[in-house]
Ligand binder design. Structure first.
Ligand SMILES: *Cc1c(COP(=O)(O)O)cnc(C)c1O
Length: 369
């Protein structure tokens, strides 16, 4: 655009922050396929009754007004669902924004977040975006937490935030309650347990927050509507924690960040718990079937408490297998470049016919059958 004195010689645009220069954005390829098993969404859309209630509710929203800034109804409904107080609940646009708020509030220059890889890559990514240093430890060969390593990393780095992911994406297993308690005992700051797949797991760190024990105040549980709730398109996540943590997140969230339609979507979803639980049961049963089938193929696999399975072809390069699945119109996640996951692919558990398509394509790729 012309400034005073007209368009001058072209001047370079500013460079982005130097600490972001080497960073790559977060990518998960969205190619057009018939069987999409790469991002751990629910294979089913929301219940028809929810769609109807949402449509009716939208018609009644006063869209010329700002939404309820403190999301009173939604926080009340979530608090009831989890047996906590509304001031222990903070909501945001997907659990990724919850994580970003935690890092904005507690991280930043001169502060450190700890994590244990392989784990959800967004923890590291969002830490970098908020100029928070990352202290990364390694999980064991079987992907369980190595508590000696946890002690070393936390002792050396003094992190303000320690991230766990349970069940862990992309390796699948939930950390045991004793392991999480041990991490909380060692952590100098908050322990953030990302439970994006919590509904598939046999236990939850919500028990720690609710329990009021010595670790209750420092434990933060993050959850999302994106997976079990069939609402990835809505972008809604939340945390359950001590009221001080909620207030800290409110400090850094933009005013009115949670639009009225989203608040309505969440409140209505919580009236359909039975449907959500039926979906979890279906996916859990299918997970067992897919895991058993993988057991008969030349792949290494790991037990999963989530809606996906990690596997490593033993005789073929992962990238070739990934491409052959894609050629069969089956999209899985190529994790082979992630820290500690050489040769690994991750498949989301889908509907029975989608899982059949995946297993047939994988069998053909690995055995030529
Ligand atoms: C999918 C996923 C999320 C979800 O993020 P949203 O922003 O809520 O969609 C969060 N954490 C983990 C570990 C995930 O796998």
């Amino acid at each position: 655009m012309a400034g005073v004195g007209g368009p001058g010689p072209s001047r370079p645009l500013p460079a982005v922050r130097p600490d972001l220069g080497a960073l790559e954005g977060y990518h998960s390829p969205q190619v057009d396929v018939e069987v999409r098993l790469n991002t751990n969404e629910s294979p089913l859309p929301p219940p028809p009754a929810w769609v109807e209630e949402f449509r009716d509710g939208l018609a009644a929203i006063p869209f010329h007004r700002y939404p309820d800034r403190s999301a009173t109804g939604l926080r009340q409904a979530l608090a009831e669902r989890h047996g906590v107080a509304p001031d222990q609940v903070f909501c945001a646009n997907g659990s990724n924004e919850v994580l970003q708020c935690l890092l904005l509030a507690y991280g930043g220059p001169g502060r450190t977040a700890a994590l244990f890889e392989p784990t959800y890559t967004l923890h590291r990514h969002i830490a970098r975006l908020t100029a928070t240093a990352v202290a990364a430890g390694a999980r064991r060969g079987d992907f369980r937490l190595d508590l000696d390593e946890v002690g070393r990393v936390l002792g050396a780095a003094d992190p303000v935030l320690t991230f766990l992911c349970s069940p862990n994406n992309p390796t699948g297993r939930a950390d045991a309650p004793e392991e999480i308690a041990r991490v909380a005992a060692l952590a100098p700051g908050l322990v953030v347990v990302d439970e994006a797949y919590g509904q598939f797991a046999p236990h939850s760190a919500l028990d720690v927050v609710r329990g009021g024990g010595p670790d209750a105040e420092r434990t933060v549980v993050v959850r999302t509507f994106s997976k079990t709730w069939s609402m990835a398109g809505v972008r809604l996540g939340y945390l359950v924690a001590d009221p001080d943590v909620v207030r800290a997140c409110e400090l850094v969230a933009l005013p009115y960040h949670l639009d009225a339609a989203k608040q309505l979507a969440g409140v209505l979803a919580l009236r359909h718990v039975a449907e959500m639980e039926a979906r979890v049961a279906l996916v859990t049963e299918e997970r067992g079937r897919v895991a058993a089938a993988l057991g008969g193929l030349p792949v290494e696999t790991w037990p999963s408490d989530a809606n996906f399975l990690l596997f490593r072809p033993t005789d073929r390069p992962a990238r070739e297998v990934w491409s052959e699945l894609l050629a069969a119109s089956v999209l899985v996640r190529d994790c082979s470049g992630w820290p500690g996951l050489t040769g690994c692919l991750r498949v989301t558990v889908g509907l029975p016919d989608e899982n059949d398509r995946f297993l047939a394509a994988l069998t053909a790729s690995l055995t030529g059958a």
